[in-house]
Write a protein that binds this ligand. Structure first.
Ligand SMILES: Cc1cc2nc3c(=O)[nH]c(=O)nc-3n(C[C@H](O)[C@H](O)[C@H](O)COP(=O)(O)OP(=O)(O)OC[C@H]3O[C@@H](n4cnc5c(N)ncnc54)[C@H](O)[C@@H]3O)c2cc1C
Length: 627
């Protein structure tokens, strides 16, 4: 081996280290999906942010988790103030992220050292690093970018002061975004929303209007039931205008600030904060709007389609965030396995534990490959949109929505292939990585033994935080139904088939060849399943939707890992990824007799150093160690 395996025993725990430096999987995926010139610029930023998250934000997050935000709805005189009180270390985390590392700036304005802005791939990757420490704070950070994406696409410039603050790198000027869709009768069923928006004045300033803004102003009434980052200045709210049709088609989108430009409280009451299991660093509240000022974003009755732009971003970010959660849990497990002695031996020396860690590493590496492929297609489509939009920023080609629930259907212009792949991969990435993160954190907790279950150890908090990943931004079932929509309405399979075939065609190393055939076979089954589902009744298709998403995930992930393995063999003669790809394919697609107990093979023994500890291995050694 030329690259020595990582010695996790150098650390005492999975903190006070650089998460970027300790994570070759993340570095590999980022390099794969960033355009080359952008990666060259971004690498230093990511490395420094990885250090800041590991050295400072990880500790801040635990302090904030112990002293979570408090709501003060009223002041001492009984006036509504809707103030949220934060632990001071939250502000340090925000300043580091928004000002020092410009988390919400660089994808919209050229950062230092560049003439142009970078793609959304950059904040999405930073989100992974942030989620090594703080899934709660990752929520407002991500929603701030998402709000800016929506304003950039659909606002005519009227709301520029908000856009500038959301994307500012000056912490004192910076504002955060949010998205308030859910009402008590409708989370998945967004079209059931009843919050009302009554026009106050059009095309002119109003008494409560923002000074100097020529915004269409509305009075917002009604209740939003789950509002994360409840005190955000840039909250986007879906509401129904008078006489608007039922369902999602009748929804319009409004920017409803927490306080008005003169500093007064907007007309709303934040009733209470949710008493949540995890993500305690972000306050999630219930709001009763009582004629609050809202500024129309884009056009009336196009709100849901506009909001899908934000939903797509939030779903990709949920996936890259889940990767961060997995990365941290795995690091904690590996450090503990390298440090802890039981029965007179360090526990990572035991064959059963080595097998666990190999399995977990491969699960992580698969999740990272799929999530970052979703990032790549999403980012590609966003760049194409920027290139093709008109001077006025107007967007053509909005797909219709039939009001049957959430969807990611939105703008199709620019790069149809990237759009189709994005539509398919984003919901699958969100659904699968969320579930995998919960499973992996749970396994990591077990490796830490009793301590892993005790508050104060990272895994206890990680598990509480991770449990929200499958729920917010659309549950697993809703996302699986969205996969059916992507296939039915966007013909996403037309892009999927060449995507898989082209990558598998490029894999020919003898170490990988037999695995390619296994994946091809499963891919043929997938295509046959797609054909079957295209002909059955809606109910029957829905019945299978989650298993279909699972199957697409497994086939695409296996394809990506094989292709990555081929690249590593070609470029560096390193067979580590080949072992990862083989493990993934054989554990997902090959039915071993008696679960492999009788065949005498023990591949995890040989895979542990190269796979779980990232040592390099040459192809001959790999072939010999796992015939
Ligand atoms: C911590 C936290 C923060 C949140 N923050 C926000 C926020 O900032 N803004 C916001 O708008 N929302 C927020 N939410 C709300 C969240 O997005 C919703 O809870 C979620 O979308 C599910 O909606 P629901 O709770 O109404 O469940 P329901 O829609 O009632 O769903 C209940 C169950 O039924 C299943 N189901 C529903 N329809 C179908 C179907 N057709 N087929 C099969 N199964 C189905 C779902 O998968 C789910 O398992 C937050 C939630 C949490 C927990």
């Amino acid at each position: 081996m030329t690259r020595e395996p990582i010695d996790y025993g150098d650390l005492e725990a999975g903190r006070h280290c650089n998460y970027w430096a300790y994570d070759p999987t993340l570095r590999f995926e980022a390099r794969r999906v960033y355009p080359d010139a952008e990666f060259e610029w971004a690498e230093r930023v990511l490395s420094d942010y990885g250090a800041a998250v590991g050295e400072t934000i990880a500790d801040n997050s635990d302090a904030v988790d112990r002293h979570s935000p408090e709501l003060h709805t009223y002041d001492d005189e009984g006036q509504v103030v809707n103030e949220v009180e934060y632990h001071p270390r939250q502000f340090e985390t925000e300043r580091i992220s928004y000002e020092e590392f410009r988390l919400t700036h660089d994808a919209f304005h050229a950062p230092p050292g560049r003439d142009e802005r970078v793609g959304l791939v950059h904040p999405l990757t930073m989100q992974t690093l942030l989620c090594f420490a703080d899934v709660g704070f990752a929520c407002p950070a991500s929603m701030t970018v998402g709000t800016a994406v929506v304003l950039e696409k659909f606002d005519d410039g009227t709301l520029d002061p908000y856009f500038e603050r959301l994307t500012s790198a000056d912490y004192d000027d910076h504002a955060e975004g949010a998205m308030f869709l859910t009402e008590s009768q409708g989370g998945s069923d967004v079209g059931a929303a009843e919050v009302r928006a009554e026009p106050r004045s059009h095309g002119g300033s109003s008494a409560n209007g923002p000074g100097g803004l020529d915004a269409d102003t509305y009075d917002i009434y009604g209740e939003k039931w789950f509002c994360s980052n409840v005190d955000a200045q840039g909250a986007l709210v879906l509401a129904r205008t008078p006489d608007a049709p039922e369902g999602t088609a009748g929804l319009s989108l409004f920017l409803v600030p927490h306080t008005l430009p003169d500093g007064s409280v907007n007309d709303a009451v934040v009733r209470r904060l949710k008493d949540k299991l995890g993500t305690l660093s972000v306050p999630t509240g219930e709001i009763e709007y009582e004629g609050a000022t809202g500024y129309l974003v884009g056009e009336e009755e196009r709100g849901f389609r506009e909001m899908t732009e934000m939903l797509n971003y939030e779903r990709v970010t949920n996936a890259t965030g889940a990767v961060g959660v997995m990365g941290r849990a795995l690091l904690e497990a590996k450090v503990h396995a390298a440090d802890r002695e039981v029965f007179g031996e360090v526990i990572q020396e035991y064959p059963l534990l080595r097998r666990d860690l190999v399995d977990m590493t491969v699960s992580y590496e698969g999740a990272a490959a799929f999530a970052f492929e979703a990032v790549k297609q999403y980012d590609r489509r966003e760049r194409a949109w920027r290139e093709t939009r008109g001077d006025d920023g107007d967007v053509e080609g909005v797909e219709g929505d039939d009001g049957d629930g959430e969807s990611g259907d939105s703008t199709t212009e620019g790069d149809p292939e990237a759009y189709k792949l994005m539509r398919l991969f984003v919901p699958i990435a969100k659904y699968r990585t969320a579930d995998l993160a919960v499973d992996l954190v749970s396994d990591a907790m077990e490796i830490l033994g009793g301590n892993g279950y005790v508050r104060g150890h990272a895994t206890a908090r990680l598990l509480r935080d991770a449990q929200v990943l499958p729920i917010w931004e659309g549950t697993s079932n809703i996302l699986s139904l969205d996969v059916l929509r992507a296939l039915d309405r966007t013909s996403a399979h037309e892009a999927l088939i060449p995507f898989v075939n082209e990558r598998l065609d490029g894999v020919d190393h003898p170490l990988l060849d037999p695995r390619v055939e296994t994946v091809r076979e499963r891919f043929r089954e997938l295509q046959s399943a797609l054909g079957t589902l295209a002909t059955v009744e809606t109910d029957a298709a829905q019945y299978h939707a989650k298993r279909l998403a699972d199957l697409i995930y497994d086939v695409v992930t296996a394809t990506l890992l094989l292709s990555e393995a081929q690249t590593r063999l070609d470029e560096a003669g390193d067979a580590r990824k080949a072992l990862v790809a083989r493990w993934f394919v054989e554990t997902r697609f090959v039915d071993d007799a008696a679960y492999g107990i009788t065949d005498g093979a023990r591949p995890a023994d040989a895979c542990f150093d190269p796979v779980a500890r990232y040592g390099e291995i040459d192809p001959d050694a790999a072939a010999e160690s796992w015939p």
